[in-house]
Design a protein around this ligand. Structure first.
Ligand SMILES: *Cc1c(COP(=O)(O)O)cnc(C)c1O
Length: 429
């Protein structure tokens, strides 16, 4: 198919994420990708600023990850996980327990991040049911969160920017505290925790768990907040008998400068969701980890079963590539790389502050954000970035990047330079 035929066919029959079929936003056809470069079907090459939504931490087409998949393919692509098991699943589960914060001991494999969140919510509710507290079925979370697009996950996304009004009749009502305002390295004020504390105090009899994205709120606002906040949340959960769920689907595997974002606060949750970078961007896979306390109570007396079981649970190809990706990460000196990216993002994005339409500039780990004063037009702005030879996909008022960790300084400068130019062009209209 030539480039235009492919694009036209796509636009007539395929629904892209959050898109109209009648006025579809522009799409670009990809022929291949290698390292930090995405090659379009018309021959143009783009430096990737998105890591395919946080996933491709090692870049694309990595020989080590490719061979992990090929080797597994020779053994088997998939077997059901009901009544069967396999070495890739067992080794991956052992690895996840080893590298995640203390206390997390049981692993449930899910097929996407949203499902991992559904699983976490079900675990919390089953935990309290098993402890004869069936009224504890609500969740407490913070505004500006993002936890996925399925119904249970959607119900804990930000109530305003999320999908609450459209689906309000079928969404359970949960409790939303104000999102913390203290910046990542800002001076802590105790009133930042008041909103969540008040809701916990008042409604703990109905609340099964607090769920939030620790330290970095991703798709709900790309906001970096004080790690002290999660320390306070842990205390409140212990005080009021609430489980604590951390959604590290975006932040896991080094993105924020720690292997997991909750390490910034040295806090362990009772339940933790992983996804996105878990397989290095190769396959869809997620995992929900639970503490021994949660697993034991749900399974009380060996009779209780956890009520979930996806068809493609623990897919062997996904487990194998996830294991290879974590090994690669551990051998990659990722901390030095991510710190270097943070330093460079802070230095180079700072120039955007001089633009009159820029409200805030922030960088943490391998995440850089330029917040502008009005939503950007997604029918034109992605094209401007492509013209600059980079792949950056803003949303709302946020222009942000989270590149693969293997990006070099010159490539990163091309991304930050393009952000400066496009942000300036937005100003001129
Ligand atoms: C992406 C994301 C999800 C949902 O993951 P999917 O794989 O898209 O279902 C949930 N939580 C957070 C924090 C995410 O960034």
């Amino acid at each position: 198919m030539d480039y235009e035929t492919l694009i036209q066919a796509d636009r007539s029959i395929i629904w892209h994420p959050y898109a109209s079929m009648v006025e579809p936003p522009p799409v670009f056809a990809v022929a291949s990708a290698r390292g930090v470069r995405i090659k379009l079907a018309d021959g143009r090459e783009l430096i990737d600023g998105m890591a395919s939504w946080w996933c491709a931490i090692h870049g694309y087409n990595h020989p080590v990850l490719n061979s992990a998949i090929s080797a597994q393919l020779d053994a088997m692509a998939h077997v059901m996980f009901g009544g069967l098991t396999h070495e890739p699943a067992v080794r991956l589960a052992e690895k996840l327990v080893e590298i995640t914060p203390g206390g997390l001991q049981s692993v449930f494999f899910a097929d996407s991040g949203s499902v991992a969140v559904e699983v976490a919510i079900k675990m919390a509710i089953q935990y309290w049911a098993a402890r004869a507290r069936p009224n504890k079925q609500k969740l407490l979370t913070i505004k500006q969160g993002y936890h996925g697009d399925t119904f249970g996950a959607m119900a804990v996304c930000d109530p305003v920017t999320g999908m609450h009004s459209l689906f309000n009749a079928v969404l359970p009502g949960h409790f939303f505290a104000e999102s913390p305002r203290t910046r990542f390295d800002g001076e802590w004020h105790d009133d930042d925790i008041e909103s969540l504390k008040n809701l916990a105090e008042k409604h703990h009899d109905e609340i099964a768990a607090v769920i939030l994205e620790p330290v970095v709120q991703g798709a709900g606002g790309m906001w970096f907040y004080s790690p002290l906040y999660i320390n306070k949340v842990r205390e409140i959960c212990d005080q009021f008998n609430l489980l604590l769920i951390f959604d590290e689907i975006a932040t896991g595997f080094g993105r924020t400068g720690k292997l997991f974002a909750c390490e910034h606060g040295e806090v362990s949750p009772d339940i933790m969701c992983l996804g996105k970078a878990l397989t290095g961007g190769y396959m869809t896979m997620a995992a929900t980890l639970a503490s021994a306390k949660v697993a034991d109570v749900i399974s009380a007396g060996g009779k209780g079963v956890f009520m979930h079981g996806p068809t493609f649970m623990a897919n062997p190809l996904a487990c194998s590539v996830a294991l290879a990706s974590i090994d690669l990460l551990e051998q990659s000196g990722w901390q030095t790389r991510v710190n270097g990216i943070q330093t460079q993002l802070q230095a180079e994005l700072a120039s955007c502050r001089e633009l009159a339409n820029v409200v805030d500039v922030r960088a943490l780990g391998a995440i850089g954000v330029v917040e502008v004063d009005r939503p950007v037009d997604m029918h034109v702005v992605p094209r401007w970035f492509v013209e600059q030879g980079v792949w950056v996909r803003p949303f709302g008022r946020l222009i942000y990047i989270m590149p693969p960790y293997v990006i070099n300084a010159a490539e990163l400068s091309q991304l930050t330079g393009a952000i400066y130019k496009v942000t300036g062009r937005l100003l001129r209209g």
